[in-house]
Design a protein around this ligand. Structure first.
Ligand code: 4AD
Ligand code: MG
Length: 473
C-alpha cells in the first residue's frame, strides 16, 4: 500500500510495510516518510533504544528507507494513523552535508537549478500530481464526448502557424552542410529528402482527421524557437488541439469555455489536497508582497470563479474601443500603441481581463493581417473568425478559429501568405473533396497548469523546462 492509501486505512495494529524517502526526523523518534503518492507524509515512530546510534545518524532528510511495523491510531495530532516501527532498513543514504534540500522553504529559482531533485519537495510533488490529473481529465473530457485522440507527427515539413519560429530537423553534418547549385542547403539529400522541422502545432493534420472522424483532438509536444524569455513561454510545450467538423466559431467558443470550466472543476473536486496545499503556499508567499501585488482572489477562489461565471465574449474591434476609452490609455500608461490593426499586447490583455471585465474574456474577429492563413475570412474581408481566450494572471490560454473551408479563398490566402501550394496540397484537398465548416483551438497545457496550480512561472509547471539558453537535465 502506498502512503496515500495507508493514511485512509483503519488502524487495527496490522503489519504494514512503507517504502519512501525521509522528509524529517525529529526528537530521535518521529520519522516523516513521503512516497510521493500524496502531499501528506506518514509518521513512523521509532523506539530509539532498540537501535544503535550509528543507524540513527543515517536517518537524514532524503534517505530512502523501508520500515515495517504495526499501523496504529496516532497519539499525536496532525495524523490519524502512524506506524510503530519494528524493523527498518536504510535503502539509500543521503549525506546530510551534501543533500541540497533541507527541510525548510527553498526559493523556486534555487529549485529550478535542482530540477532533478525538486520532485521531492511538497510544492513540486503537488504540481506534478496535478499535472498528471489534468492530463487524465483532458482525455476523460473528450472520451466522454465521443472524440478520438489523434497522434499527429512531431517531425513535419509544414509550418502551420507561419510564424517561422521552428527548430530544424536534419541529418546533415552541421560542420559540412551540403549545398545545391544555387548555394542553398541541399535538403534533397537530407534524411527526409526535404526541409523538415519540429512541429509548432498538430492542427493541420488534426483537420484532416476531423473531416472523417468528425470530432478529434491531439495532445502532444510542440516546439517554438521564439526567443521570448518570459514567465509564460517555453521552447517545448504541450498543446491540446480539438478539431470538430460542422462546428462554427460560436460552437468553438462554447467548447473552449466548457472544457476550461471542466478542467478547473476537476482539479477542485479530485485534487483537493494538492490544490489546498498550493493555495496555502500562495497565501504564505503573498504575505511578503506589497498589498497591490497580491491577487484579489486566492487560488481556490480563482478556480471557483472560472467554474461559476460565464466568459465575456467581445470582438477585437470592441476591445480596441474599450482600451481607447480606458484610464491607462488616456494617461498614456500603455507602452504599446492601441490602434485598430495592431496586435494586442499583454498589457492590453491584462487590462481587459483583470481590470475592465474582471473575468475570462474571449476575443473574436481579429484583423486577418496578424493571424494565420487557415482562419476563415469574415464578410468584411478585413477580419477573420479567430478567437483567443484570455485568463486572469495568465493572458492568452487558448487560441483558435473557424477554418477557411472554401477552396478558392484558401488558395488566395496561400498566395497572400507566400505558402507554396505544393507544400500543403494534401491540406487543400480536404477543401476539394467534401469540404465542410469546421473549427478548433489550441490550449497551452502549461498555461492551464499555471492557472490551476497558481505557479507564477511556466518553468515551474513542467518537469524539465526548455527555454532560450537552457536545456539542462
Ligand atoms: O495561439 P497558438 O499559436 O495557436 C495554435 O497553435 C493553433 N494551431 C491552435 C489551433 O487552433 N489548433 O497556440 C495555442 C496556445 C496558446 O494560446 C498558448 O496557450 C500556448 O498554445 N502557447 C504557448 N505555451 C507556452 N509556450 C509558448 N511558447 C507558447 N506558444 C503558444
Ligand atoms: Mg495565439
Amino acid at each position: 500500500m502506498n502512503v496515500k492509501r495507508l493514511l485512509n486505512t483503519e488502524a487495527k495494529e496490522q503489519e504494514v510495510v512503507v517504502k519512501g524517502w525521509i522528509r524529517t526526523f525529529r526528537s530521535n523518534r518521529f520519522l516523516a516518510i513521503s512516497d510521493g503518492s500524496t502531499v501528506h507524509t506518514i509518521q513512523a515512530v521509532i523506539d530509539f533504544e532498540k537501535h544503535d546510534d550509528s543507524l540513527l545518524k543515517r536517518l537524514n532528510t532524503g534517505a530512502a528507507v523501508e520500515v515495517k511495523g504495526k499501523l496504529v491510531e496516532s497519539q499525536g495530532k496532525g495524523q490519524k494513523v502512524e506506524v510503530l516501527v519494528s524493523d527498518f532498513t536504510i535503502l539509500g543514504d543521503a549525506d546530510a552535508d551534501e543533500y541540497p534540500l533541507q527541510p525548510k522553504r527553498h526559493s523556486l529559482e534555487f529549485l529550478r537549478e535542482k530540477a532533478h531533485l525538486r520532485f521531492r519537495t511538497n510544492t513540486f510533488g503537488s504540481v506534478f500530481r496535478l499535472r498528471h490529473a489534468m492530463t487524465f481529465a483532458v482525455h476523460k473530457f473528450f472520451n466522454d464526448r465521443d472524440y478520438f485522440n489523434i497522434h499527429t507527427p512531431i517531425i513535419t515539413g509544414s509550418d502551420a502557424e507561419g510564424a517561422g519560429e521552428m527548430f530544424h530537423v536534419t541529418n546533415h553534418d552541421l560542420n559540412a552542410i551540403p549545398k545545391n547549385d544555387k548555394g542553398e542547403v541541399d535538403y534533397e539529400n537530407d534524411f527526409f529528402g526535404k526541409e523538415t522541422n519540429l512541429t509548432v502545432s498538430g492542427q493541420l493534420e488534426a483537420e484532416l482527421a476531423a473531416t472523417a472522424l468528425s470530432k478529434v483532438y491531439t495532445f502532444g509536444p510542440t516546439f517554438r524557437a521564439e526567443n521570448s524569455n518570459t514567465s509564460r513561454h517555453l521552447a517545448e510545450f504541450w498543446m491540446i488541439e480539438p478539431e470538430v467538423a460542422f462546428n462554427d466559431i460560436n460552437d468553438n467558443m462554447d467548447l473552449a469555455e466548457e472544457f476550461l470550466q471542466y478542467l478547473c472543476r476537476y482539479a477542485l473536486e479530485n485534487n483537493r489536497d494538492d490544490v489546498e496545499f498550493l493555495n496555502q503556499r500562495e497565501i504564505q508567499e503573498n504575505k511578503s508582497k506589497p498589498q497591490q501585488e497580491r491577487p484579489e482572489l486566492n487560488l481556490i477562489e480563482r478556480l471557483e470563479f472560472v467554474v461559476n461565471n460565464t466568459f465575456e465574449r467581445i470582438t477585437y474591434t470592441e476591445a480596441i474601443e474599450v482600451l481607447q476609452r480606458s484610464k491607462p490609455y488616456k494617461k498614456k500608461k500603455f507602452k504599446y500603441p492601441v490602434e485598430w490593426g495592431k496586435d494586442l499586447q499583454s498589457e492590453h490583455e491584462r487590462f481587459l481581463v483583470e481590470k475592465h471585465y474582471n473575468k475570462p474574456v474571449i476575443i473574436t474577429s481579429y484583423p486577418a493581417s496578424f493571424k494565420a492563413f487557415y482562419m476563415r475570412s469574415n464578410e468584411d474581408e478585413k477580419t477573420v473568425a479567430a478567437m483567443d481566450v484570455l485568463f486572469p494572471g495568465i493572458g492568452e490560454i487558448v487560441g483558435g478559429s473557424q477554418r477557411e473551408e472554401r477552396l478558392e479563398v484558401l488558395q488566395q490566402k496561400c498566395l497572400d501568405f507566400n505558402i507554396p501550394e505544393e507544400h500543403i496540397w494534401w491540406y487543400l484537398e480536404t477543401r476539394k473533396f467534401g469540404t465542410c465548416v469546421h473549427s478548433g483551438f489550441g490550449l497551452g497545457f502549461e498555461r492551464l497548469m499555471m492557472f490551476v496550480s497558481g505557479m507564477g512561472n511556466i518553468r515551474d509547471v513542467i518537469p524539465f523546462p526548455r527555454t532560450p539558453g537552457n536545456a539542462e537535465f
